[in-house]
Structures are given as structure tokens and as C-alpha cells.
Design a protein around this ligand. Sequence first.
Ligand SMILES: NC(=O)c1ccc[n+]([C@@H]2O[C@H](COP(=O)([O-])OP(=O)(O)OC[C@H]3O[C@@H](n4cnc5c(N)ncnc54)[C@H](OP(=O)(O)O)[C@@H]3O)[C@@H](O)[C@H]2O)c1
Length: 314
Amino acid sequence: MSKLIVVLGATGTQGGSVVNTFLDTPGWKIRAVTRNANSAAAQGLKSKGVHEVVTATLHDVSSLTEAFKGAHTVFSVTDFWGLYYDPGNTEKAAASGLPKNVWASRVEEQQGKNVFDAAANTDGLQRLIFSGLSNASKWSRGKYTHVYHFDSKARAAEYGQATYPELWAKTSVLQVGFYLSNLLTAPFMRPQKDENGIYVFSYNFPMTVKLPLIATEEDTGPFTRALVEAAPGKNLIAYRAWMTMDEYLQIVCAVKGVKAVNQNVPLDASSGSLPEELVAELADNAGYFEEFGYEGRDDPTLVHPRDVSATCAV
Ligand SMILES: NC(=O)c1ccc[n+]([C@@H]2O[C@H](COP(=O)([O-])OP(=O)(O)OC[C@H]3O[C@@H](n4cnc5c(N)ncnc54)[C@H](OP(=O)(O)O)[C@@H]3O)[C@@H](O)[C@H]2O)c1
């Protein structure tokens, strides 16, 4: 009998990687969850061999409960930035009286709680892999309180732990590291070629800060499989390399044969490309990375890839 893994975010980066890994893992069937099973991305999942593609939304517990039926494992991811950047949410955020990032964090936290509520009612569930991040407010002891997209995920996991001890005993948290693809997708980090042909990379954090770097689209699946195969109760910071951006740049230059430099540039809202509220959030994010670690390094429950004794591609 094949085991069933239900994958949230299957049309996206993290969930897509989980789908690819489990397609290649004998003994598993995959049920992909999407808000629209008729979308091109959803159809693409079917054509590459995903067994079932179903419609459900993180906003609605009953739709998740239905989608989780029969699952051995649920992989969960919530999408702060999708909520934040969706123009359709601007009015909803304004009506709440909150800055849009604070509104998005509240909604994301509720989505995570919905996952725990639905998973707690799933007969036969053996494992919940919850894609979360560290609680910056907590691990910085109140110094960095604007890292909303971290804290929302952490608070949802804390709710799961406090509310559902039995489910929590079957849960592992996957803290996905800093996406390497951020360097291309985040406009303020994208390298610019200067007049001398040198690529200039800009960040708002020091080049000496070590970060858990991950090729998310390739690595999330193998790390998830490792957590499914290991005993539950893990809080894994998942990364391919633990290095500074200076170290990373040396590799880029050697592999690509280009010249490049890193520079530390404070974020600036004056150009209009970055809303004021995100400047505060990303500035706190950088301070938190530097002083307390991306993963909240004082958290005694943290484990690293070397501690997860299962076959992992990285
Ligand atoms: N950038 C980084 O360095 C980094 C590091 C760690 C964690 N993260 C976190 O990663 C998360 C995003 O994950 P990703 O990169 O995999 O996202 P992504 O590639 O943008 O995909 C988002 C996925 O979420 C699904 N989704 C969105 N809203 C949904 C809803 N209401 N109900 C059900 N599914 C929903 C989408 O599915 P459909 O559109 O098919 O419904 C899609 O598959 C964010 O919360 C971010 O904070 C980012």
C-alpha cells in the first residue's frame, strides 16, 4: 500500500520541490493542494505524474480537513509575500487599520493555525512537516519585533504545540534557509553590472554574517523526506551551505568567470520601490540575522542537516 503525502503550495517553490522528491520516492502517492485545480500550474502537476490535484484554501479549515483525508504526511507552507503583494488584499488590509505587512502576518498566522486545526482532525496522520521560521521577537528578547514574516510562522507553530500535544508529537518544523533565488527575485538585491563590467551585489546586512543558504527548489523536497524518515519532533534549519555573502560571491566569480563585489547598502524608501513598512521589517530582519541568527541560534531545539540521519541530496 502506498502512503499518501498531501502537499500544500504544490504549485510553488517549496511545495513543488516536495512534489518532485516524492514523485521519485517509491511507495508514495501525492495529493497536491491548490486554490485552483484548473490552473496551468495545477495541470502541469497532473502531467508530470501527481496522482491527485485538489482544490482547497488555507483560509478555510473545512477545505483543508477534506484535502488531508487519508494522509500519512502533510507538508504545509504558508505564503506571507503572496498575501502582502496581492493588490486584491490592499483594501482588506486598509480596512483592518493595520500596515499591510502586519495584516499579512496576522492572516498568515491564522492560515498556519488552520493547518494545525485540520491536521489534528486527520485520522491516521503520521507526520506533519510545517514550514516555519524562527520567532525573531522571542529570540532577540524583544529587540527585533518587526520581522513579521518570521514571527507569524513561529506563532502558528507555537499554537500547534500548545493546542494539540498529540499532533505536535508527530510534527517536525522545517525552517527553510535564505533562498539563493532572492538574489534574482528581490529587486533590491539583484546584481547590477557597472560601467567596468563588474557585478555589484547589494544587501542590507553585513557581508560577514553567515547565513543558511538554500537552493529551495532543489533542496526543500530532500529535507522534507529526511524529516519524514526521521523521528518526529525536529526543528530543522535547512540549508545547502552555511556561509557569508563574501564567501558565496567568491564561488560565483570562480564558477561564472566574472568579477563581482558585494556592498552593504541600507534600505531606502525614498525611491518608492520599497514601502516604508518593509524598510522597517527588512532592517530588523538584517539586525536579527546578524545578532541572533536567521534560525534564532539560542533556540535549544534547533537541529542542523548533519543531525538528520536520513539520505539527503545536499
Ligand atoms: N525567500 C526566502 O528566503 C524564504 C526563506 C524561508 C521561507 N520563506 C517563506 O516561503 C513562503 C513562500 O513559499 P514559496 O516560496 O514556496 O511560495 P511560492 O513559490 O510563491 O508559492 C506559493 C504557494 O502557496 C500557495 N498558496 C498561496 N495562498 C494559498 C492559499 N490561501 N491556500 C492554499 N494555497 C495557497 C500557492 O498555490 P496556488 O496559487 O496554486 O493556490 C503556491 O503554490 C513565504 O511565506 C516566505 O516567507 C521564504
